[in-house]
Design a protein. Structure first.
Length: 130
């Protein structure tokens, strides 16, 4: 065989490593998106019931197989509370958060703008200057 030609085994090995790299890149992008949109996720979860920081961590881990740090979750909850979108209340041994009227209005606008958000992200990803 010509030294410049790749064997089937070499091509298969390259494909396997390429697939692993692709999965790793995609996984990192998913983690970045989760952290970036954590506030939206929290508000969406709160539409159904009050939640704790632990509830957020558990939900994200179960649904997306990503472990988010407590610091990330609680700083996001604090920012939401400071902006008047959620209200924290102590119960027995943990702090539970409920969505406020302002939070409901905010998440409804975001969820109703799903199409516009997708278009924006698609435009962002295309690298277009238009």
């Amino acid at each position: 065989m010509n030294p410049n030609q790749k064997s089937d085994a070499d091509r298969l090995s390259q494909n396997i490593h390429g697939d692993a790299l692709n999965k790793q890149i995609l996984r990192e992008m998913q983690k970045r998106l989760l952290r970036s949109f954590l506030d939206v996720l929290i508000l969406a979860l709160m539409r159904k019931k009050a939640i704790s920081g632990y509830d957020v961590i558990t939900f994200v881990n179960r649904k997306f197989s990503v472990l988010i740090s407590t610091g990330t979750v609680y700083s996001t909850l604090y920012l939401l509370e400071r902006d008047g979108l959620v209200q924290g209340k102590w119960t027995e041994r943990k702090r539970m958060y409920v969505i406020t009227e302002k939070g409901v209005k905010t998440i409804n606008v975001i969820l109703n703008s799903n199409h516009e958000i997708q278009l924006f992200v698609a435009n962002l990803m295309s690298g277009s200057s238009e």
